[in-house]
Design a protein around this ligand. Structure first.
Ligand SMILES: [Zn+2]
Length: 63
């Protein structure tokens, strides 16, 4: 179960959230309940993505 970092575009609050499959994209800000948030790419996941997903059909995806 990955923990992602998010930043709210409404109140600018940054927070971490444990995200279950299917929940991504509809996570409300804990401060203002806005769903207008941006997922921050961590260094490790960014590197994993750049190395492991050169093709579009990589089996190694977050789920
Ligand atoms: Zn907010």
């Amino acid at each position: 179960m990955p923990i992602f970092e998010y930043k709210c575009n409404n109140c600018k609050k940054e927070f971490e959230k444990l995200v279950f499959a299917g929940e991504e994209g509809k996570i409300p800000c804990p401060e203002c309940a806005s769903v207008d948030i941006t997922k921050k790419m961590s260094a490790t996941s960014f590197m994993g993505a750049s190395i492991g997903t050169c093709g579009s059909n990589s089996p190694k995806q977050f789920s």
